[in-house]
Write a protein that binds this ligand. Structure first.
Ligand SMILES: CC(C)(COP(=O)(O)OP(=O)(O)OC[C@H]1O[C@@H](n2cnc3c(N)ncnc32)[C@H](O)[C@@H]1OP(=O)(O)O)[C@@H](O)C(=O)NCCC(=O)NCCS
Length: 243
């Protein structure tokens, strides 16, 4: 453990959250790690985690780069947050609000960048190996009701969200209620998704615009794997050849 990280950790939040939300046998492993300032307005809901946890496998409030200095996180859990995997990272300055009856499911190896907002009234399921970039938001509700003046009907306002495995969501994307993204979806920066894009069993869609439409097929994000050094080399070659 780096000495500087020791001081950046919020030890009060680490003790409070682990022991409040987990049974003793899990809490003493301290799987939840908090950095910087954090508020817990309401933790009356539940957390479920898998058995294969380890110290600090769920990271909250870490600063990923100099663009986003530490800022306050707010975590409200009135419903259920179910961790289906044991690697999760939520960036500094983010807000999560899981309301009563709502369920948030997050897979393994999920990284959500700083200043992200999740507000759920019903539910969202995020798959494995997902990257969601900074300053975006995910809402499964319109929050307010509307009446159809011809029929008098008042439609439901909440719809579940599904984000498949290996998806990459760009910065400042709004994922609205009812969004369903197939595996290996890429969403362009600044877009708004609001539909079920899972059709004909297709994966590897690039979505862009507001509302987002399919603008390309057959691309996937290269994650932090052995392939990445090759890509950096490729980028350097591009600078040399196209100065
Ligand atoms: C999704 C993305 C990666 C695709 O990059 P790319 O393969 O280089 O493709 P382009 O940016 O040329 O976009 C492909 C097409 O989508 C369109 N498009 C891209 N973003 C769009 C948007 N927000 N709204 C509407 N159309 C958009 C482009 O105009 C292009 O269409 P065209 O070929 O008809 O001109 C890129 O658009 C993007 O969003 N980059 C930002 C990623 C990010 O947020 N990184 C933060 C750190 S994780």
């Amino acid at each position: 453990m780096q000495i500087s990280n020791l001081f950046r950790r919020n030890w009060w939040a680490i003790f409070y959250f682990n022991f409040k939300m987990l049974p003793f046998r899990q809490a003493i492993k301290f799987p939840f790690d908090f950095y910087g300032s954090v508020r817990f307005p309401d933790l009356s809901g539940k957390i479920e985690i898998p058995d294969n946890i380890h110290r600090g496998c769920f990271q909250f409030g870490q600063c990923e780069n100099a663009i986003f200095p530490y800022s306050k996180m707010t975590i409200t859990i009135r419903g259920l947050w179910k961790f289906n995997g044991n690697l999760f990272n939520l960036g500094t300055g983010s807000t999560v609000e899981i309301n009563e009856h709502a369920v948030l499911e997050t897979g393994t190896d999920v990284l959500i960048a700083p200043k992200y907002r999740i507000i759920l009234k019903k539910g969202a399921k995020i798959g494995n190996h997902v990257r969601i970039s900074w300053e975006g938001q995910m809402f499964d509700s319109n929050f307010h009701y509307m009446r159809n003046t011809s029929t008098g009907d008042i439609p439901f306002i909440n719809k579940n969200i599904v984000i498949g495995n290996n998806c990459w969501v760009g910065n400042r994307v709004t994922i609205n209620k009812g969004s369903q993204l197939p595996d290996y979806t890429v969403v362009a920066a600044g877009s708004l998704t609001n539909k079920n894009y899972i059709k004909d069993g297709k994966t590897h869609l690039t979505l862009a615009g507001s509302p987002a439409k399919v603008v390309a097929e057959g691309f996937e994000r290269i994650f932090e794997t052995l392939e990445e050094p090759l890509c950096i080399e490729l980028n350097e070659r591009e600078y040399r050849e196209n100065p």
